[in-house]
Design a protein around this ligand. Structure first.
Ligand SMILES: [Zn+2]
Length: 305
């Protein structure tokens, strides 16, 4: 079939659906196919073969106004939208991180159990339903209850307070490196007592998920937030990078490392203190009200991933 021969239907499909806020395009198209009992990827293949903008086709098939789709899924729009739209989208996730939305929230809103969304780095739990939806969750079947470990929800409130106090950009960077440091400690010696206790609480309450990457990630999260707090504070970061970092190391040893002071050139925290290390960082995770963020928030055409 050549591109010129593709004629797309312009009328709504028998069972139109509504977009979920920050939904990824593949998720939305997959839900539309499922609702209409079409073959997997059938609509996707049509969209890719046509020159018509995906926004127009999806709006026609789902009987939604293009503006409604665009507000829910800004990635369907132009690379550089008009300033009033950009203003409305400020603070919404870029395409840096995506996750499976809380299945109980999506079910309650009539979108089924499986919706993929773009999200920001602190979006690791659903506070309403007490589910872990962060690192390690690749589908709704990976989401598990964290009610047995209230320290995870407490850490999440702390994380949000840090963003309010120090700004999103600094906390996002600090959280990124705190994840790298804590996972290295976990890989090297299985981390510290508080993490083991959280892991045991979760594994006892949710035995099906024991040993999963998601349960380990949830168990590490409180320590990751405590390290994030120490290194996102300009005051403490200055001490950490100074010639006399003793007070910073004391804080870490009391709050995270069971009295042990990280040392040695191969220790990941010491490496950060010496070099301001930030491996694999992919920039801001939210849309800014002005200047376009090339390669993160918008694409000229719809995504092909
Ligand atoms: Zn929820």
């Amino acid at each position: 079939m050549t591109t010129a021969a593709v004629r797309l239907p312009s009328r709504p499909l028998p069972r139109p659906i509504h977009p979920y806020k920050d939904e990824t395009t593949p998720s939305f198209v997959r839900r539309l196919e499922t609702a209409n009992a079409l073959q997997p990827r059938q609509l996707r293949t049509l969209l890719k073969a046509s020159r018509r903008p995906w926004l127009e086709s999806l709006a026609a098939w789902t009987d939604n106004a293009p503006a409604v789709l665009l507000l829910a899924m800004p990635q369907l729009g132009q690379h550089d939208p008009d300033p009033s739209l950009r203003q409305k989208l400020a603070g919404r996730p870029t395409r840096t991180t995506h996750t499976t939305a809380c299945q109980r929230c999506t079910l309650a809103r009539g979108a089924g159990r499986y919706v993929e969304i773009y999200s920001t780095h602190e979006h690791v739990i659903c506070p309403r339903h007490g589910l872990w939806i962060g690192d390690g969750v690749t589908g709704f079947t990976d989401q598990f209850s964290i009610r047995a470990a209230p320290e995870i929800t407490a850490a999440w409130h702390h994380h949000r307070n840090l963003i309010a106090r120090h700004g999103r950009s600094g906390v996002r960077k600090a959280f990124h490196i705190a994840c790298v440091i804590n996972w290295r400690w976990y890989d090297q010696f299985h981390h510290f007592n508080a993490t083991t206790e959280t892991y045991d609480e979760l594994a006892a309450d949710q035995p099906r998920y024991a040993n999963s990457h998601a349960v380990v990630a949830a168990s590490l999260y409180p320590a990751i937030v405590r390290v994030t707090a120490a290194i996102s504070s300009p005051h403490w970061a200055e001490i950490a990078h100074s010639r006399h970092p003793g007070r910073f190391l004391d804080r870490i040893s009391v709050e995270v490392t069971d009295g042990w002071q990280p040392r040695g050139a191969s220790d990941p925290l010491r490496h950060w203190m010496d070099t301001d290390w930030l491996p694999g960082f992919r920039g801001s995770d939210t849309i800014r009200p002005s200047a376009p963020q090339i390669g993160t928030s918008y694409q000229k055409r719809s995504e092909s991933a």
